[in-house]
Design a protein around this ligand. Structure first.
Ligand code: FAD
Length: 380
């Protein structure tokens, strides 16, 4: 980034010297954009964020999402601190959950450190988006809602997903008096080459089917998932709302991530094995701010912290797709019988030599649209 970038509009007083500093403009007041804004504002930069919707989180209904906690040694709670984010939103750690196979056999899992965290999403008080928004506003960030921007008008492009993606997440939320729980259903018929889960926390239940193919049958898969869960657990379901959305753009992994700096889903950052994008959105927003402040190459930071994990996930997705759904049973047994589930999963994500060898083939398979099934047809 050239120094001329920092000169002009805004007057800033640093150690008695008046410097002129241009506001850094960000498109997208979602997770990645707001994290970048918070960190830049903390470093003293004037920041303007432009959001096409009327509020942060308005593109999501009230929901529980999972933040994976298995790809790094450092726990997500510590990472939030490093990313400059205060935990003023609803966050729950998950140490115990149950995995079910298609015959209804239950495999209970208990972990010593949280395997994942649940975080509330949406535009309501207590959500991650609203907390980030408040933290940004408190630091003096200007957020302009209902204002869309193009790539040439901003320094940071944090615009999230397009209307189509690699994963389709279709589900429903409802209110229940049932105690908190997390259940995962690994059943090829309900969610081919992916999974279905039910989360209940604080009386809010989120049931989701994650699909990588068969998108046109999403509603049928959802009905099947509801039936399967109700067979396992009779549930009263009040105030039901249907939710849906896409995540993952593997073709974006081949695009430049500088000029403007791309963060989050807009850069293709996602876990392509299981569909977890929150960690990479927050981490890339933080790295974008670091790069601008320290005058270092954003690409280099991403190569150290994000790309290896994203690439491994693409390779893992390819291996999983090639092996097919017959892997469900052995995988469930293998994972649920491990005494150190996080360590086992982390090793799988850190297999750099396998990743290095297979990445070019895996990237071509998904970015070129040559993958099996409907997901790739829809991406392009
Ligand atoms: C239904 C669903 C369930 C999910 N569940 C999980 C989960 O359990 N765990 C997980 O890790 N991930 C999950 N994800 C993925 C996760 O939500 C995303 O990876 C994450 O939100 C990406 O953050 P982001 O900042 O890149 O995009 P977003 O948070 O979507 O923010 C992008 C923002 O940019 C705005 N915008 C778009 N274009 C413009 C423009 N031109 N100008 C201005 N503003 C613009 C959008 O309105 C939006 O507010 C899920 C996604 C969906 C849809």
């Amino acid at each position: 980034m050239s120094w001329s970038f920092f000169i002009d509009l805004e007057l800033i007083l640093i150690e008695g010297v008046i410097m002129q500093k241009e506001a850094i403009r960000i498109a997208g007041a979602g997770l990645a954009g707001l994290t970048a804004a918070i960190n830049l504002a903390r470093y003293g930069y004037p920041v303007e964020v432009f959001e096409k919707n009327e509020n942060s989180g308005a593109n999501r209904s009230v929901d529980w999402d999972g933040i994976e906690n298995w790809t790094t040694e450092e726990d997500i709670v510590g990472l939030f601190q490093r990313w400059g984010i205060e935990i003023c939103f609803n966050l729950r750690s998950t140490l115990d959950f149950e995995v079910y196979d298609r015959n209804g056999a239950c495999y209970p899992v208990s972990t010593e450190r949280p395997f994942f965290y649940l975080v509330e999403r949406g535009a309501q008080a207590g959500s991650l988006e609203q907390s980030l928004k408040q933290q940004a506003l408190d630091l003096g960030v200007e957020i302009h809602y209902s204002q869309e921007r193009s790539r040439s008008e901003v320094e940071i492009w944090a615009t999230g997903m397009q209307n189509i993606g690699f994963f389709l997440d279709v589900g429903m939320t409802f209110r229940t008096r049932h105690p908190d729980l997390v259940m995962v259903l690994a059943d090829a018929q309900t969610a081919p080459r992916a999974y279905t889960f039910l989360v209940i926390a604080d009386g809010l239940a989120a049931l989701s089917v994650v699909l990588t193919r068969d998108f046109r049958q999403a509603r049928a898969h959802l009905n099947q998932a509801v039936e399967s869960f109700r067979r396992i657990l009779p549930l009263e379901m009040d105030d039901m709302q249907i939710t849906s959305g896409f995540s993952g753009m593997p073709h974006a992994l081949g695009q430049s991530i500088t000029h403007p700096i791309r963060v989050g889903e807009a850069a293709g950052f996602q876990d392509y094995l299981l569909g977890f994008g929150i960690r990479h959105a927050l981490s890339s927003g933080y790295l974008a701010a670091q790069a601008i402040h320290d005058g270092v190459d954003y690409e280099k930071l991403v190569n150290q912290e994000i790309r290896p994990l994203v690439r491994t996930s693409v390779v893992n997705r390819m291996l999983y797709d090639l092996a097919g759904d017959r892997l469900y049973r052995p995988l469930i047994r293998w994972f649920t019988s491990s005494s150190n589930l996080s360590g086992l999963t982390r090793r799988w994500y850190r297999n750099r030599s396998l990743q290095g060898m297979l990445w070019p083939v895996a990237f071509k398979r998904y970015a070129d649209g040559a993958a099996d099934g409907e997901a790739s047809e829809i991406i392009h």
